[in-house]
Design a protein around this ligand. Structure first.
Ligand code: SF4
Length: 348
């Protein structure tokens, strides 16, 4: 053998080819016969195919130490998310919420049940703890319940963190995850002033959104309030990017992905994250009613992604967030830090 194999994994991809991958995320497909020639050490080192394999550090004709050092650099880039330690901190100021989403994953409390509200002392301790992270970046994400039900506590934490940061001088962002329905102009102006972006949930057109995410006061029209407040927020902020949205797929969403994507476009979003149901909380409790086999989601996801690709080809810029994440992981050396794909907690 006039080349050295480097560590790689391989799997038969279909009847005719193998997929080879390595620790730094490089990959190549080889036809069966090329694969066997390659592992038997019989591949022509001057062939285009071998140059491809070598450029991905799956084999080398150079000094192994030099290639290992290059692999180490790539590996460091891929795992760079670990270098800065924890930067994302999720804070739950309250479990109260005015919604009763059919798949809610948290133990939400009714709006008038203050039993799980955070105290100021706890909030102070949390901020202190957050600033113990050696990361130069700090992102504090408010989750719930709906954190806007205890907006005073959100403000307290933001201001406490800003105060601490006068000394720590980190790059700091805030995000509030909310269904938007309780936000008023005063609150939005506060969020804008303190650079707190808004993350929300939109499950599709009115009938679907209201089925998946009814408000506890059933007489209120969730989708209409959502739409009104979305435009109020964008007007105050002066752009559409201040609010990002996520969707969750219930059984009622199956067969409706095109409608859902169209609704996102109608409401001025330029991306969507097509998410399946997570088996926690109410989603687990009511699984007979709202869950589905994962194959059904994958089928719908493919249709949705095809539709998005068609839209882009016709000139509508629109991103599917999960595909974008996966492609970044597959095609680039960079880390995404996407928590749901880390296993068990720190791997990228
Ligand atoms: S908005 Fe829906 S998912 Fe979020 S806490 Fe309230 S009920 Fe649960």
């Amino acid at each position: 053998m006039n080349y050295q194999l480097l560590p790689f994994r391989f799997e038969r991809f279909n009847d005719t080819e193998y997929l080879l991958t390595n620790e730094v995320g490089e990959y190549i497909f080889l036809q069966n016969e090329d694969f066997h020639r390659f592992v038997d050490g019989k591949m022509d080192i001057h062939s285009d195919l071998f140059y491809d394999i070598e450029s991905k550090q799956i084999a080398t004709t150079d000094k192994v130490e030099d290639v290992v050092s290059m692999l180490a650099t790539k590996f460091r880039t891929k795992k760079s998310i670990l270098r800065d330690f924890t930067s994302l901190h999720m804070v739950v100021p309250t479990l109260r919420c005015n919604s009763s989403c059919i798949y809610c994953q948290v133990s939400r409390k009714n709006q008038d049940d203050y039993s799980a509200d955070m105290t100021k002392q706890t909030a102070k301790n949390i901020v202190k703890m957050i600033f113990q992270s050696p990361s130069p970046y700090i992102k504090i994400e408010f989750q719930g319940g709906d954190p806007s039900t205890d907006f005073e506590m959100v403000k307290y934490i933001i201001e406490e963190a800003e105060w601490q940061n006068l000394f720590k001088k980190k790059i700091m962002d805030f995000v509030i995850c909310t269904n938007l329905t309780l936000l008023n102009e005063k609150m939005v102006r506060y969020l804008k002033k303190h650079n707190c972006m808004i993350s929300t949930s939109l499950d599709g057109p009115k009938d679907l959104h209201d089925t998946n995410r009814p408000l506890q006061h059933k007489e209120l029209d969730h989708h209409a309030i959502f739409e009104k407040n979305l435009s109020m927020i964008r007007k105050i902020w002066g752009n559409n990017d201040c609010v990002s949205a996520l969707m969750t797929t219930s059984k009622y969403s199956l067969g409706r992905f095109k409608d859902i994507i169209d609704e996102y476009i109608r409401l001025g979003f330029n991306s969507i994250f097509l998410r399946s149901l997570n088996p926690y909380g109410f989603a687990k409790q009511y699984k007979e009613k709202i869950a589905y086999p994962i194959e059904d989601f994958v089928e719908n996801y493919k249709e949705g992604l095809d539709y998005i690709i068609e839209l882009n080809k016709k000139g509508t810029f629109f991103v599917e967030g999960f595909a974008a994440l996966l492609l970044r992981r597959i095609l680039t050396p960079f880390a995404t830090g996407f928590v749901d794909l880390q296993s068990p907690a720190l791997q990228e």
